[in-house]
Design a protein around this ligand. Structure first.
Ligand code: SF4
Length: 222
């Protein structure tokens, strides 16, 4: 066995042992409601990450810690609330939890930071088209749960190690979409899943691991 094969075997073992956890978490705020309901009712359908997918995820986590270390060095106590647990009240009796990447105190008030890693290609798309909906939904959920108005996506470009930030203001319409999304998931049943949020030919469905089940399965709602 080569060194690379041994590393891949270790990653594969860890990937296979990962539990999908609960879909009712703030990091899932921008995901398709139907996908989240499949996750809630049929967790066995959610494929474990591939070894490469796990490597990408774990390197992303390492970059998070690295960036936060430099934020702490640059701003001292003005950068705080790292991994602070927050809760979004979706409806009476239904609260969805998440953890903030950190909050920076600025002259214009607190700024909620959400750190992301991106390829050069997706970074270019963000420059041209702005913050993608999934990230805006996440940041809005964290802003609402933290009682803050201003946030920023802090993007680390993996190919070049460049960094840039994109501002996001709390948008009540997006917050409401997130609340409705989680509510639909929580109120769904295995026989009645939420409506699809995307068209069959969309990029979201093309990448969705449940595409075949969603569009060709039977008896789970429209
Ligand atoms: S295939 Fe598309 S509509 Fe269906 S769960 Fe996945 S993202 Fe949602």
């Amino acid at each position: 066995m080569t060194v690379t094969q041994a590393l891949e075997t270790a990653l594969a073992a860890k990937a296979a042992a990962r539990e999908p956890g609960s879909p009712l978490r703030l990091s899932a705020s921008g995901k398709c409601a139907r996908y989240l309901a499949y996750w809630l009712h049929f967790p066995e359908l959610i494929p474990p990450p591939t070894p490469r997918g796990l490597a990408i995820f774990e390197l992303g986590q390492a970059v998070h810690d690295w960036v936060r270390g430099y934020l702490a060095a640059a701003f001292g106590g003005r950068f705080h609330s790292v991994e602070r647990e927050v809760e979004l009240e979706v409806a009476p009796g239904l609260r969805v939890r998440g953890h903030t990447d950190g909050i920076l105190e600025t002259g214009e008030g607190p700024l909620l930071l959400d750190i992301k890693t991106a390829s050069a290609r997706s970074a270019q798309r963000m420059h041209e088209q702005g913050v993608p909906y999934e990230y805006r939904a996440q940041l809005n959920a964290y802003l609402e749960a933290s009682g803050l108005e201003r946030g920023a996506l802090l993007v680390y470009v993996k190919d070049t190690s460049e960094m840039f930030e994109l501002p996001v203001r709390r948008d009540p319409a997006v917050v409401e979409q997130v609340r409705q999304r989680f509510l639909k998931v929580a109120q769904s049943t295995p026989q009645a899943l939420p409506e699809r949020e995307y068209a069959r030919q969309s990029l979201a469905c093309a990448w969705c691991p449940l595409q075949t089940r969603c569009w060709e399965g039977a008896g789970e709602g429209r």
